[in-house]
Design a protein around this ligand. Structure first.
Ligand code: ADP
Ligand code: ZN
Ligand code: ZN
Length: 818
């Protein structure tokens, strides 16, 4: 009997790939274990066993696997089912889901190592400079990695150098699989086994009387042992005894102490061991809690619609507590984990060590540890807080999923595939686990609210802020009028200027919101009208004054700002529009005594970037915080009495069917940062168009009217929730080929699907990184089968790919594009 396994490879292949295994291997292997397998000419990939069987593949000769990498499955069967659902629904391959679902360290890759060739006779004088550098490095160390060589010769493309060195017999190459993940080990000490009895210990201390440092260490070890039963870290002993590393080392050598290592988890919680009691819910929270529980009892996905600062988090906490008391796992999903230091510490206060955090800014090691803790169902990972990727952890028994800020568009993965929506994928995951799921928001997405309206989802609400704090008072400021009367100071209306002044005088803090980073989005020559463009993308470069640079926000291209116009040479460069940097600059002149800070992509890079700014603002080390939409998400500041929106118009004029909904959500959320304690908060929204219905709805906190109007428009124009949409993006570097290809595709779609095919059309930025882009949008009415429609599209893609001149055009599906 021959045995085979079907393997998921972390690459976009339509089908699983089959490998042959021995009978013993077949008995050992189970779905979810990793294997190293050869693929293509020379590549070794990490594959995942999907199933074990005895059916020989017909089309190709099955290769043997290279090695087995796990003793136990690292992926469970619910995950495999979930991945398959994601692949089918979002029109990608399960291999792509595999790649993005597991920590990078799980995907072993073959890596080229460069070795010294000890056989070769090297004539140093014949080596070129870069060759010599590599040669010299290899005299000091036996092997180099590709990146290291690259660093040594300061160049990306090192192949030519390596080839020359091989020809000259200087080096050899070696392919090696390597495991990127190394668990962190902590060094512990205990008393050597010969000294465990009391008499022997006394004798030992006598012996050591002439070595006071050593006896001090032994005594300290004793003291620590007397007060705590926990294992003793070497570092701890060093501190307690004042003994050096060398002293401890010599004790270990004499076998008076014994060293041992334990794997630890890097994500450690360093708070107090005692947990705080949960807060008592007020009557509104209590009512919402009961409504949620009732809805859960009916197995319904449930929406908690609570205004900003109504205390939704405390309701989640109650539900999490219930869940973990039943011994089940809980998942708390957030749109962007980096902004949620506040939340993490809040949950840790209640649940201490039970909370784990998982997100992409964490190191590979940290992610592997959380993964393994969840897999082993450890207590310390019973509650996971994470951004969308936390959805992919190996839960075996989920009891609750909370999707906080469910309306946030960052729950949707944009690039690369799988382009999934974490909220929707979480709903499916909850179903597979028979788990409860709660969606929370102050401004639910139109889809979710619609599902609640028609009774598909359960619904609970809190309409008052906690502690009887009033909703912020929102005032619209007409800057057209103010400009006409010359009442503007830079981009500040007189009204906003005075309000800031007042807040600062009262010792309160201010948040200012502007949805663009940089200094100005456009630099323009006022003589000839030329404005510098990105050479790789069809956009103007954004001016960053701080670095005196022009930057492209699409591809990262940058250049120094020129003194004069590149087109006509005049010194008449001017800026148009404004970003956070300019607001910050103006504040320096308007409020020279205020401490101002900026929070946007440019100031928050790195793992702790946000944290620093948020903490400093919380501790009132600054007076004014200027920022982009990063400011909106779930921050709870105590002393902010004023929020200013510098310009609401840019949010309204976005060419997207969701722009108005988004604008409402964004402004309501930013406004919600104001006056969260006793005093009523003030919000000033500057706009050229203050009578716009969305701004009116924001200022009167009128979610219901916003919802009704948006729903009506969506129905009129056949957008979600009344229709489903699939956007297909085509990419190619040649303009004409792209046009031809997309016309062909659209025509084929129209023949099969009829009228609900829009485009092809260029997006507002039609070229990015030297690739032209064109979109086709497909609308699928309720009556039409989604599954069949997707199958029809896939079939068309097959024929498309068989036309040779189209094969190089990339086709990207975005299901439920938002
Ligand atoms: P939301 O998530 O709805 O914006 P939060 O949960 O952040 O609101 O609550 C707002 C503030 O009110 C927080 O500072 C929180 O600690 C406090 N709070 C909410 N509920 C309670 C409660 N039941 N008892 C005491 N404080 C509460
Ligand atoms: Zn010019
Ligand atoms: Zn660019």
């Amino acid at each position: 009997m021959q045995y085979f396994i079907d393997v998921i490879l972390p690459i976009p292949l339509e089908k699983l790939f089959t490998y042959s295994v021995s009978e013993t291997e077949a008995e050992f292997l189970r779905p979810g274990m990793r294997v190293g397998v050869p693929f293509g000419k020379s590549k070794i990939y990490t594959g995942l066993v999907h199933n074990v069987h005895t059916n020989k593949p017909e089309i190709y000769e099955a290769k043997e696997i290279d090695r087995i990498l796990d003793e136990h499955p690292v992926i469970n069967t619910i995950q495999l089912k979930h991945w398959q659902w994601i692949a089918d629904y979002y029109m990608c391959t399960i291999g792509e889901v595999f790649r993005s679902a597991v920590p990078g360290a799980f995907l072993l890759e073959s890596e080229t190592l460069i070795l010294r060739n000890d056989e070769g006779d090297v004539d140093e004088s014949k080596l070129e400079d870069d060759e010599f550098l590599v040669y010299e490095a290899l005299q000091h160390q036996a092997l180099l990695k590709v990146q290291e060589v690259s660093a040594i010769i300061d160049r990306k493309n090192i192949l030519p150098v390596l080839n020359r060195l091989i020809e000259k017999n200087v080096i050899l190459l070696k392919e090696e699989m390597y495991e990127q993940y190394k668990p962190k080990l902590v060094r512990y000490v205990k008393l050597g086994k010969d000294y465990l009895e009391e008499e022997k210990l006394e004798a030992l201390l006598n012996d050591l009387s002439r070595a006071p440092k050593q006896s001090q260490v032994v005594l300290s070890l004793f003291q620590i042992q007397a007060t705590s039963k926990k294992p003793i870290k070497v570092t701890e002993l060093e501190q307690a005894s004042g003994g050096s590393k060398a002293v401890i080392k010599s004790l270990v050598k004499k076998e008076i102490l014994e060293e041992y290592f334990v794997r630890t988890d890097r994500v450690s919680y360093d708070g107090e061991e005692e947990n705080y009691d949960l807060k008592d819910l007020n009557e509104y929270q209590e009512k919402a809690f009961e409504d949620v529980s009732k809805s859960f009892a009916e197995d319904k996905v449930t929406l908690l619609h609570g205004v900003t600062s109504s205390g939704k988090t405390e309701v989640y906490v109650k539900l999490i507590e219930e869940c973990i008391q039943k011994g089940k796992q809980a998942l708390y999903l957030l749109p962007e984990i980096a902004l949620t230091t506040q939340l993490i510490s809040r949950l840790q206060e209640y649940f201490g060590e039970k909370v784990s955090v998982y997100h992409s800014k964490y190191s590979v090691q940290e992610r592997v540890e959380v993964w393994n803790n969840v897999l082993a169902k450890k207590d310390k990972a019973q509650i996971v807080i994470g951004a969308r990727s936390a959805l992919f952890l190996p839960y075996s028994d989920l009891g609750l999923i909370v999707v906080d800020e469910e309306h946030e568009s960052s729950f949707k993965q944009f690039d690369p595939a799988p382009r999934y929506h974490a909220r929707d994928a979480a709903i499916v995951l909850a179903k597979f686990h028979d788990s409860n799921i709660l969606l929370g928001s102050a401004t639910p997405s139109v889809e979710t609210f619609y599902n609640a309206k028609i009774g598909k989802y359960g619904y609970a609400s809190i309409t008052r802020r906690f502690g009887n704090v009033l909703m912020p008072d929102i005032e619209l400021v007409d800057i057209k009028e103010q400009s006409r009367k010359r009442r503007m100071k830079g981009h500040f209306s007189e009204r906003l200027f005075l309000a800031i002044q007042e807040a600062l005088e009262a010792g309160e803090q201010v948040i200012l919101f502007q949805n663009r980073r940089g200094y100005a989005p456009i630099v323009e020559c006022s003589t000839c009208g030329h404005s510098p463009q990105c050479p790789n993308c069809d956009v103007s470069l954004t001016y960053h004054q701080y670095k005196k640079q022009l930057r492209c926000h699409y591809c990262g291209y940058h250049m120094a700002l020129q003194e004069s116009c590149q087109a006509c040479g005049s010194h008449t460069l001017d800026t148009k529009g404004f970003g956070t940097e300019q607001v910050e600059k103006e504040l320096e002149t308007l409020f020279p005594d205020a401490k101002t800070w900026r929070m946007d992509l440019d100031t928050t890079r790195g793992k702790h970037g946000y944290e620093k700014i948020i903490t400093a603002f919380e501790q009132q080390e600054m007076d004014i915080l200027v920022g982009t939409q990063m400011l909106t998400k779930g921050l709870d500041f105590r002393n902010v009495s004023l929020v200013g929106i510098m310009n609401a118009d840019s949010l309204l004029n976005f060419p997207d069917y969701r722009a108005h909904e988004r604008c409402f959500q964004l402004l309501t959320q930013v406004a919600g940062r104001a006056g969260r304690t006793k005093k009523r908060g003030k919000v000033l929204i500057q706009s050229y168009n203050p009578y716009h219905q969305i701004l009116q709805q924001v200022s009167t906190h009128d979610y219901d009217t916003m919802f009704k109007e948006q729903l009506y428009e969506r129905e009129q124009y056949k957008y979600p929730p009344s229709n489903r949409i699939i956007k297909i993006t085509f990419k190619h570097k040649e303009y004409n080929k792209l046009n031809e290809a997309t016309e062909w595709f659209a025509k084929a779609l129209r023949t099969t699907l009829g009228g609900n095919v829009l485009g092809p059309e260029y997006p507002p930025v039609a070229r990015v990184r030297n690739q032209f882009l064109k979109n086709i949008l497909i609308k699928i009415p309720h009556a039409q089968s989604v599954v069949k429609t997707k199958a029809a599209i896939k079939k068309i893609e097959k024929s498309f790919n068989s036309v040779s001149q189209f094969r190089s055009v990339r086709v990207i599906y975005n299901v439920d594009h938002i």
